[in-house]
Design a protein around this ligand. Structure first.
Ligand SMILES: C[S@@+](CC[C@H](N)C(=O)[O-])C[C@H]1O[C@@H](n2cnc3c(N)ncnc32)[C@H](O)[C@@H]1O
Length: 246
């Protein structure tokens, strides 16, 4: 499995994730879906700094937060209700211990796009299916490739105030568009330090996603719009077929 980006694994960058992305109203839709389907045991795969995991735990749900970026999980552990979450530093293959028990696996923040290779995506879907109970759901979002979001990702040097009063100068450049892959480089300058991270994301269209889910034993139950980003993303609800084991 490909290593996560420095933006998530470097402790100096992981603590900035919630500072730069402080509006998490995108998570409301996932809390609502958990309620809608009556999920009680939830795995937040690619939980990052744990914003959704702790929110769900605060609602009394049983939550496992999984992410291979230890520095991001460390940030998650400091949040209110973090002590109610089971944290696992690893990718989906570390989920063996909860096999067949989860009502819902969720991937927010476009985690589905970090699986660049077919092998990593397939391995993840295989383990996710095994972690779910029969009839359990995989719920995730992914950017619609036809919207070409990357065309708006370049960011000229922009100064952002940090909670400790210091200033950070943030820059982002899309370096390679070789569809379905898009690569971009981010840099954050704080005092004399320059922190960098290179990311590659894969854009899968709806047909490809539905085909992949079907091939891994899921039925696509619904494909919705992300309420906070209308027209830009697909929110996919897939259900493990009741004939688990086939
Ligand atoms: C954009 S962040 C989203 C984090 C979180 N879900 C959220 O909504 O804030 C993408 C996350 O995917 C994680 N990631 C990278 N490779 C992964 C893998 N193989 N399995 C699970 N998560 C992975 C990264 O470490 C990072 O935390």
């Amino acid at each position: 499995m490909r290593e996560p980006d420095a933006a998530f694994t470097d402790p100096r960058q992981a603590v900035l994730y919630d500072v730069f992305d402080d509006d998490r109203s995108d998570l409301d839709a996932y809390v609502a879906i958990a309620r809608e389907v009556g999920a009680r045991r939830i795995i937040d795969l690619g939980c990052g700094t744990g914003s959704l995991a702790v929110r769900l735990a605060g609602e009394g749900l049983s939550v496992v937060g999984v992410d291979p970026a230890g520095a991001s999980v460390q940030v998650a552990r400091t949040k209110p209700y973090a002590d109610r979450v089971t944290w696992i530093t690893g990718d989906a293959t570390a989920l063996g211990g909860v096999a067949g028990e989860a009502d819902m696996v969720v991937m927010t923040g476009n985690v589905a796009q970090v699986f660049v290779s077919d092998e990593d995506w397939s391995a993840t879907l295989t383990v996710v299916r095994a972690a779910l109970r029969p009839g359990g759901r995989l719920v995730f979002e992914t950017r619609r490739p036809e919207v070409r979001a990357w065309e708006g990702w370049d960011l000229a040097p922009t100064t952002v105030s940090l909670p400790d009063g210091r200033a950070a100068v943030v820059t982002r450049t899309v370096t390679v568009v070789d569809l379905p892959l898009v690569t971009f480089e981010g840099s954050t300058a704080i005092d004399d330090e320059i922190l960098t991270s290179t990311s590659t994301l894969r854009f899968r269209d709806r047909d490809e996603i539905e085909r992949d889910l079907l091939a891994h034993g899921f039925a696509v139950e619904d494909v919705r719009d992300a309420p906070d980003r209308p027209g830009k993303e697909l929110v996919v609800l897939a259900r493990v077929s009741l004939e688990k084991g086939l």
